[in-house]
Ligand binder design. Sequence first.
Ligand SMILES: NC(=O)c1ccc[n+]([C@@H]2O[C@H](COP(=O)([O-])OP(=O)(O)OC[C@H]3O[C@@H](n4cnc5c(N)ncnc54)[C@H](OP(=O)(O)O)[C@@H]3O)[C@@H](O)[C@H]2O)c1
Length: 228
Amino acid sequence: MTDLTGQRVLVIGGGKNLGLAIAQKAAALGADVTIGVRSLREVAEGFQVLHLDITDEDSIAAAAAELGPVDHIVSTAAAHHNVPVAELDKTAALTAFDAKVVGPLLVAKHFDVTGSIVLFSGVAAWKPAPGYSIMGITNGAVAFAVSHLAKELAPVRVNAVSPGIIDSGSHDAMPEAQRDAFFEQVARGNLAGRVGRTEDIVEAVVWLWGASFVSGETIHVEGGARSA
Ligand SMILES: NC(=O)c1ccc[n+]([C@@H]2O[C@H](COP(=O)([O-])OP(=O)(O)OC[C@H]3O[C@@H](n4cnc5c(N)ncnc54)[C@H](OP(=O)(O)O)[C@@H]3O)[C@@H](O)[C@H]2O)c1
């Protein structure tokens, strides 16, 4: 069992869904946890909260100066722009890259991190679909980003988790019948035969925190969706 007693963990995007579950798990494993949120209204009970907008370098630099050294950083931040190429909005496309790729690079620039960084990719990178090009390309770039950052920041370990479709709460805004149909379609489209659970992803992050011989990798937690 990974023990994070005495370690400081920052979860960017930790205000809800996968990020919040990761923050809760880190706290349960003994860590001193801070969540980085872009709106301080999202205060999750019991956590230290830091203002951090990953698309804003000044905000990242200020958060790094305020928090000081950290053992582990996780970023779940995403700003998806799911539209057909014919409808692309340049500002939204660049924000999507800021949230997933450029922002994490600037986090690496400003924070004094001693243990590991875990970023979030996603299965869309390996399953091209019309209307999801920005999501796929940004998630794919995350896999390259962790490889390059791992080399440059060593011995700090830098890895990514690439989830499949997870019932994390991020689909809760869909009408229930539509969401159920979507999850059934997801279950048919992977080898595990089910939609992902939040615990599937949290377990992968916990493993990465303790995996001292793993760096530069993207861990696919998607029920074999790429092979289905
Ligand atoms: N859930 C899935 O099925 C799935 C599948 C593949 C990949 N993933 C990836 O896994 C990660 C987490 O997924 P999730 O389901 O937890 O997604 P989510 O519900 O969309 O959560 C994303 C988190 O990032 C925060 N965030 C967005 N922009 C930010 C910014 N500029 N600065 C700081 N924080 C920001 C959000 O805060 P706000 O409340 O302020 O928006 C939210 O807390 C994402 O990167 C997602 O792309 C998820």
